[in-house]
Design a protein around this ligand. Structure first.
Ligand code: PMP
Length: 372
């Protein structure tokens, strides 16, 4: 009989982040021998029948979970979100000769994307500014100042550092804009359905809601393939990657395998609708506790608050170290905010159990009672 397992601490890291425990156990059990093949997944040829089976199942399950239409390709790539900041303009900016692209700036990640795109495109800012503190809300769609003849429009649908989330994607067509919307959904993918009718391309690093770092998912509409600039690296040309079933070069095989196990876990748990319900439940519980105490401060307006990444600040910053040390003692890990903004951040990804949030809320209340 297995010895009783000591419960693992709750890990609030923004990414790489906590993964579902059943997935980690399954991967551990299969580490040396996957399904009687005599090989661990890391040791398999990416072109062998065993790994092909793993990759095909992962793609099929992801397509089903997010209801990805048949005119979108799912690509398993490398380079992370920051890689995509270059790979997207290298592939899409020259769809139109002026290589004009507009960005909506809602925080750190959209700003980073914008800076990188300037190397490849004529960049405009449709809303927001590229300096100073992040805004406290995402702009209303009607406020976007979009130029004519754009190759695409870029948004970050969940700002991991600043804690802003678009409740709804902008409908560019309704704004009279015929350009495709590019969405960096790295930090909330699989936590809610995606409205493909409003999306041309979406990308996400895997290391938050999906699996290990090293895998990047790209969803690209068929008509956006085949526009890469001549100097785009071949391994990053979406058309080449799509035509080769994400195996033009060796894909991150182990990360794809873990992602596949996570997709199966999400399906078993009730799919994306259930992930969304849990995300609302977790984040509401935490924001309610933060709002109830004078000693904590949040910066995002209620309509734009992220359900995945909750930055918060102690009004008395000299208590930060004591707060973090007390949290660690209670098995509440990685709550330190991003270095660029300071304070705290609790990331509440799909794998975070509600009990983790309950424990954090209890701690927030205890700490406030002691220091309020
Ligand atoms: N975009 C968003 C929204 C992110 O949260 C991150 C990473 N935290 C990135 C891009 C960059 O991803 P990577 O480090 O994998 O390049």
């Amino acid at each position: 009989m297995m010895a009783a397992q000591h419960p693992r601490p709750y890990n609030f890291s923004a990414g790489p982040a906590t993964l579902p425990e059943p997935v980690l156990r399954e991967a551990a059990a299969e580490m040396l021998d996957w399904h009687g093949s005599g090989m661990g997944v890391m040791e398999m040829s990416h072109r062998g029948k065993e790994f092909m089976q793993i990759a095909e199942a992962a793609e099929r399950d992801l397509r089903e979970l997010l209801a990805v239409p048949s005119n979108f390709r799912i690509l398993f790539m490398q380079g992370g979100g920051l890689g995509e900041n270059a790979i997207v303009p290298l592939n899409l900016a020259q769809r139109r000769p002026d290589a004009r692209v507009d960005f909506v700036l809602t925080g750190s990640w959209s700003r980073k994307s914008c800076v990188e795109a300037r190397k490849y495109a004529d960049v405009g800012i449709a809303a927001g500014t590229d300096r100073g503190p992040a805004p406290s809300s995402v702009p209303a769609a009607g406020m976007l100042k979009l130029r004519d003849g754009l190759s695409y429009v870029h948004i970050c649908s969940n700002e991991t550092i600043d804690g802003l989330e678009w409740a709804e994607l902008p409908d560019l067509a309704a704004l009279g804009c015929d350009a495709p919307l590019v969405v960096d959904c790295s930090s909330h993918i699989l936590s809610r359905p995606m409205d493909w009718s409003r999306i041309g391309l979406a990308f996400a690093g895997a290391q938050k809601n999906i699996g290990p770092a090293g895998l990047t998912l790209v969803f690209v509409r068929d008509d956006l393939l085949g526009h890469a600039m001549a100097h785009c690296p071949t391994a990053f040309d979406y058309r080449v990657v799509a035509e080769n079933g994400s195996m033009y070069n060796t894909p991150p095989t182990y990360a794809i395998y873990i992602a596949g196990l996570v997709f199966q876990w999400v399906k078993r748990e009730g799919g994306v609708a259930e992930m969304q319900r849990r995300a609302v439940e977790r984040s509401t519980m935490l924001y309610t506790a933060l709002d109830a105490s004078e000693i904590y401060r949040t910066t995002v307006d209620s309509g734009s608050r992220s359900r995945m990444n909750v930055p918060f600040f102690l009004r008395d910053g000299s208590l930060d170290d004591a707060f973090l040390a007390g949290a660690r003692e209670r098995g509440l890990l990685q709550l330190k905010g991003h270095k660029s903004v300071g304070g705290m951040r609790a990331s509440l990804y799909n794998a975070m159990p509600l009990d983790g949030v309950r424990s954090l809320v209890t701690y927030l209340q205890e700490f406030a009672a002691r220091h309020g």
